[in-house]
Design a protein around this ligand. Structure first.
Ligand code: ADP
Ligand code: ZN
Ligand code: ZN
Length: 702
């Protein structure tokens, strides 16, 4: 008997095939089975999708509209992917407007695709190594604080999803560990998914999980899942999770698609972090998919943050007289473990400082005092390189990138001008390329320059042991080499560094023990940005940065920890809320503004972006799409805005435009997008100049 089998393969997003192909097979295959199928002259990896009905024996061969090709082979020895997994993929594809084949295949390790049948057979035969004995030190489990105990009791007693609103240093990680342990003890098969924004920023976390669980559940109970694994490691870890051997998967956003047959708990740490949103291909939000997946599989979901996204904060609102409570259960841990105090926030009014002041004298004095006492300092400046632009003082020439609508950044270490958008790099010119003037100089300031400047300012200052102080810089440039970030962080932890200068990379999650002063420079840009999410991001960055100070309650301090903010708008409500460490006040004020402007979470958005050789071509495609969708949009009360150039309009000589779509109903927006997609595909073939287009549902940057 012959069967028709539907197989999902990864076809190019806009091929129009949509990823589902039909093949013929002598045997029925369970949905979820991985197979190899011919397509044209190639052979592709595919996933058997739904159950296609067997062809009746008597069916006339001529009745088939076209000759179906046969499945080439089956990846033997692999349990089929579960119905839940397929449904998660199907949902993500539908919601984010991509093909299920693309989403499914992107979620599978590349080696499944790349290994030949023989290589795969050999790979399967490889005996798993005997489980290694755990060799680290077994640490005593701390007794939960009252707040932790209360939160854990709530998690045990309710279904969730939970928003764990816990201050920096309130012991959220300990809650994740305990909640995970409870699941592992309750169910001998239970699996737990722990997601973090960027795994290399939190090497400590993996160690904490391993130290807690390896003694009882074996050194192999935890696997990592992120993009810096080698293909072989990724396959190994993926198989361990898929076979149920790995009990804990710790990973970045891609881990939300891990095949975990016995998933019981999902933790999304730092749930507000923008890196949970995928920025290419299927632009999914791993946080939002985690909520969906939890519901689908009956797994509990904990979103944790000291500064939740305003979406999650809104979803966890308590009931009022007028309105029922949100869908999430909010759990609060306001206190720091060990009564460690949050830093005192000090604002410096830069309007009252001499022109071009980098560090106000008060701040400098405070820094000098602290390093002399052996305390550590963190200086946050969210701009890497030496200076954002090089400028000719004579003719006004600036270091523009010839390929982008952006300036190239001056990097002094290797004396280059580098475009941070397209990567175009050139040596710094000796003289102005436009007028020949020798007097070209940096404008503005990046971390490289700050590090240099601080070294001069603190040149006379010594550590308690009489040695000169050490300054180090952590940003995307200083950590380009593999292992470099870990090495630099280890130095900070070991106390070999006195002043740490860096971008947002130094603000996130680190459990620095000796930092007592944090200074944030040049933050004002975000106060008046055209992106309505900029204040939310700034507030959370500053709260996170503040949270790096005073983490060791046992440190005997001469004066309390401090967070310094230099600003031209020190009385801005954002800084007022920061001073009080009052996230709820900040959130309330922001949500009020968003409600008045009907912005998310009070409305739902999507963006269509188009890229072409000319801005006109990109916009004309979008505006044609707008016309095509106008009637349906009207009917569904969906707003279609005119096409506009993107903020950085040109990158690598490609012009970029976007169009905003907005609606107060998520359902109506989804409905619109699904029906409109066909128009976009059709229009694309008429607009040949368009190089790429894509829909971004729930975009994070407008
Ligand atoms: P968060 O993730 O909320 O920033 P952590 O979980 O990193 O906080 O906890 C901060 C510090 O407090 C860590 O060093 C941790 O080991 C410690 N800690 C957490 N819970 C307890 C507890 N119940 N008793 C003692 N120390 C704890
Ligand atoms: Zn010039
Ligand atoms: Zn460029």
């Amino acid at each position: 008997m012959s069967h028709q089998i539907t197989v999902m393969v990864h076809t190019p997003a806009h091929s129009g095939i949509g990823g589902a192909l039909t093949y013929e097979s002598d045997t029925a295959h369970t949905p979820g089975t991985l197979v190899r199928v011919p397509l044209g002259s190639r052979e592709l990896l595919g996933v058997v999708w739904d159950e296609a009905a067997p062809l009746p024996e008597s069916a006339e061969p001529t009745a088939a509209p076209m000759q179906l090709r046969a499945i080439a082979s089956v990846l033997a020895g692999l349990t089929p992917l579960s119905a839940h997994w397929r449904q998660l993929v199907q949902f993500a594809a539908h919601y984010y407007q991509r093909s299920p084949g693309e989403v499914a295949l992107a979620a599978l390790p590349s080696q499944l695709r790349d290994l030949s049948t023989e290589q795969w057979a050999r790979r399967l035969k490889r005996k798993p190594k005997a489980v290694a004995a755990f060799e680290g030190t077994t640490q005593a489990m701390p007794t939960p604080t009252d707040e932790q105990a209360q939160v854990l009791a709530d998690i045990a007693a309710h279904k969730g999803p939970f928003l764990l609103f816990g201050n920096t240093g309130s012991g959220k990680t300990e809650v994740y560990l305990r909640a995970a342990q409870a699941e592992l003890e309750r169910n001998p098969q239970a699996q737990i998914l722990v997601m973090v924004p960027e795994i290399n920023l939190t090497p400590q976390l993996e160690e904490r999980f391993r130290a807690r669980f390896a003694p009882k559940w074996g050194a192999d109970c935890l696997v990592a899942m992120h993009s810096s694994l080698t293909p072989a490691q990724r396959l190994k870890n993926w198989l361990a999770a898929h076979n149920g051997e790995a009990r804990i998967v710790l990973g970045t956003r891609m881990a939300v698609f891990s095949s975990m047959p016995h998933l019981q708990l999902i933790v999304v740490d730092e749930e507000h972090d923008p890196s949970y949103k995928q920025q290419e291909g299927a632009r999914y939000s791993a946080r939002d998919l985690a909520i969906y997946r939890g519901q689908l599989e009956g797994a509990k979901v904990i979103l944790g943050s000291a500064t939740p996204s305003l979406e999650s904060w809104h979803h966890s609102r308590p009931a009022t007289a007028a309105e029922p409570a949100g869908r999430y259960m909010r759990l609060a841990m306001p206190s720091r473990v060990g009564q460690g105090a949050l830093p005192l926030v000090r604002r410096v009014d830069m309007n009252r400082q001499p022109y071009k002041t980098v560090f106000s004298n008060h701040l400098l004095d405070a820094m000098r005092e602290r390093v002399t006492r052996g305390e550590q300092i963190l200086v946050l400046l969210n701009r890497r390189g030496y200076a954002p632009v090089l400028n000719c003082n004579d003719c006004g020439w600036k270091s523009e990138c010839p390929h982008c609508s952006a300036y190239r950044v001056f990097h002094k270490l290797d004396r280059t001008l580098r475009c941070h958008h397209c990567g175009f790099t050139q040596p710094v010119p000796r003289a102005c390329p436009s007028c020949g003037n020798l007097d070209i100089s940096p404008l503005g300031r990046g971390t490289e320059q700050l590090e240099e400047h601080l070294a001069e300012l603190l040149a006379e200052v010594c550590r308690p042991d009489g040695e000169p102080i050490r300054i180090t810089r952590i940003d995307a440039d200083s950590t380009r080499l593999k292992g470099e970030l870990e090495r630099q962080l280890a130095e900070v932890h070991a106390g070999a560094v006195d002043v740490l200068v860096g971008t947002q990379m130094i603000a996130k999650g680190h459990d620095f023990r000796r930092v007592t002063l944090v200074a944030a420079l040049n933050t004002d840009g975000a106060l008046f940005s055209s992106d309505f999410r900029a204040p939310e991001r700034l507030f959370s960055l500053l709260m996170q940065a503040a949270g790096r100070a005073g983490r060791d309650a046992n440190m005997h301090l001469v004066s309390p920890c401090e967070m310094w903010v230099q600003s031209h708008h020190p009385m801005h409500p954002l800084f007022e809320a920061l001073k009080q460490h009052d996230y709820p006040a900040f959130a309330e004020q922001q949500l009020k503004e968003r409600e008045q402007a009907t912005l998310p979470p009070f409305s739902f958005q999507a963006l269509v972006r188009a890229e072409a050789r000319s801005q006109e071509a990109a916009q004309s495609f979008l505006n044609a799409a707008r016309d095509a969708g106008a009637a349906l949009a009207d009917e569904l009360l969906v707003d279609l805005y005119p096409a506009v150039p993107m903020t950085i309009q040109r990158v690598a000589n490609i012009e970029r435009a976007q169009m905003l779509i907005e609606c107060t109903s998520r359902k109506a927006l989804q409905h619109f997008l699904v029906h409109w997609q066909a128009d976009l595909h059709l229009l694309r073939s008429a607009h040949r100049q368009v190089i790429r287009w894509a829909v971004d549902v729930d975009p994070l940057a407008i």
